[in-house]
Design a protein around this ligand. Structure first.
Ligand code: SF4
Length: 493
């Protein structure tokens, strides 16, 4: 697909908008170029023309040689617009909807954090005005506007628990038993990298100690711990115990509200590991089926069975876990609305404390994308999410965090639902970007937030790949040693 921009610099938003409608197309952005002859390609063109007293906007869409166009004058200040970007996107959006017959539920809103946007609009001008902006300026459906508001209300009481000097700790374990076809994480399969794990655990424990020193010297209060990946339970029980012992030895956990470990793949869960986690104070685990459809599991290369999901869940309950999350993905290849409804029915029947409903994101580095596997359509995903939302609300789960990703099928969203009182503080805090996160492990990103709440933040990234993280670990520790200085600088804002 070609995206041609004439006299306007808005390629970032307009490209995201085109991708909503044509997720599998490679989009070539041509600035101030001519419209190429297009029989086989789709071309979108946006143009700004200066007129006597203002700006005229034109959008054209050429598909299979057939052109449609729309034009209008830019209205400065409409919905607080400071420039023509939104109105130009709106013009092109109308053409894209007409051409494809698909009306994205989030309209032209392409941002990752719609809940945060809604909250700031409500705080500024009240709910009625905020709804108008969502629905009339961004063309968000009433159902999604309501979902954002409901999520905002549920996350509010969690965010109130943030302490000015509070922080959360993230620990990354970038190893998995095998690689899922939709995955784009820097996660290494154990088959290839098992020999790295002992050295990785050694380095990780050192970095956790260094993070603990930084937190102590800054008098920060640890409020939550999240061990994610990858699949942390790819480690042996003994390796996980070493990591969790390093956390206990390095931090004061007396104010810590939750310790989560992603036991993501049911095929990595054992009684020994579960008991070990409980003994080290883990309060919450995630067991992630993604789907309960055998053929879908097979299509996406998750090498576990539906029965293993059920067994892992029951094993965790029997061990004593009373806070279990389960992740699902809508839109996977080979799935259908009926299949996804069955997955939802089977997972809700287990009654986990929280259920996170993701929408498939078509990342370029995933096998699904590279092999050209067909995901579900945007319309099918919409049906899946509608069913999930209704069933979960009826069952007493409430949405409490929500985010979107680029290349997410149908422009939809990921939503964390939880039973009241079982929401994860960490998830809400990370989504709101309002709390400092000290992060350890390959690919982990530390985020330091100004304690004043000014919104100012700084990030420090670790090396992406485990072998780099291990071989250049001195540099990792040097970066951790800078946390104190950077945080103190931020404290002056
Ligand atoms: S378990 Fe998660 S991190 Fe690991 S390969 Fe699958 S999707 Fe990627």
């Amino acid at each position: 697909m070609n995206l041609i921009l004439k006299n306007n610099p808005y390629h970032y938003e307009l490209e995201k908008l085109c991708r909503l409608f044509y997720p599998e197309e490679q989009i070539n952005v041509v600035e101030n170029g001519d419209e190429p002859p297009t029989d086989d390609q789709i071309s979108a063109c946006t143009e700004l023309q200066k007129t006597g007293g203002g700006i005229h906007m034109i959008a054209r869409l050429i598909c299979s040689g057939k052109a449609t166009a729309a034009e209008t004058d830019y209205v400065p200040g409409l919905f607080d617009d400071q420039n023509p970007e939104r109105q130009l996107a709106e013009l092109l959006y109308g053409l894209l909807v007409r051409q494809t017959g698909f009306e994205p539920r989030w309209g032209i809103l392409t941002g990752v954090r719609p809940v945060k946007l809604l909250r700031s609009l409500i705080e500024k001008d009240g709910q009625e005005q905020a709804y108008q902006v969502f629905e009339q300026a961004y063309h968000v459906s009433r159902a999604k506007t309501e979902l954002a508001r409901f999520t905002m209300e549920n996350e509010r009481h969690l965010l109130k628990r943030e302490q000015p000097n509070g922080f959360s700790l993230y620990i990354g374990i970038p190893f998995c038993p095998s690689r899922c076809a939709y995955c784009s994480f820097v996660s290494m399969t154990v088959e290839k990298t098992a020999q790295l794990i002992p050295a990785y655990v050694d380095c990780l424990c050192k970095e956790i100690q260094a993070a603990g020193e930084a937190a102590r010297s800054l008098h920060l209060t640890l409020q939550s711990v999240y061990m994610g990946g990858g699949t942390p339970t790819t480690l042996t029980a003994e390796q996980m115990d070493r990591v969790l012992a390093a956390v206990q030895d390095s931090f004061d956990l007396s104010a810590c509200m939750e310790v989560t470990v992603e036991a993501g793949r049911p095929d990595t869960v054992t009684e020994e590991k579960l008991q070990g986690l409980l003994q080290r104070g883990v309060t919450r685990i995630s067991i992630n089926p993604q789907t309960m459809q055998k053929k879908v599991l097979h299509a996406v290369g998750r090498r576990h069975t539906v029965q293993q999901v059920l067994d892992a869940f029951q094993m965790a309950r029997k061990a004593g876990f009373d806070d279990i999350n389960m992740d699902l993905i809508a839109g996977l290849p080979q799935d259908t609305p009926a299949g996804f409804a069955d997955t939802i029915d089977r997972i809700t029947a287990l009654n986990p404390e929280s259920i996170t409903v993701h929408t498939l994101s078509l990342k370029r580095s995933s096998r699904i994308f590279q092999e050209g596997q067909e995901p579900c359509s945007g319309a099918e995903v919409a049906q899946m999410l509608d069913y999930a939302g209704q069933k979960l609300l009826a069952g007493g789960w409430r949405p409490y965090y929500l985010y979107r990703q680029t290349r997410i099928v149908g422009g939809m969203e990921n939503v964390g639902f939880a039973k009241p009182g079982k929401e994860s503080f960490y998830n809400a805090a990370i989504m709101d970007e309002s709390q400092t996160i000290l992060a350890c492990g390959a690919g982990a990103g530390t985020k330091l937030c100004a304690p004043s709440g000014s919104g100012k933040l700084e990030r420090i990234y670790n090396f992406k790949y485990p072998y780099e993280y291990i071989s250049r670990h001195e540099e990792v520790l040097q970066r951790k040693a800078k946390v104190k200085q950077i945080y103190e600088q931020l404290s002056s804002f």
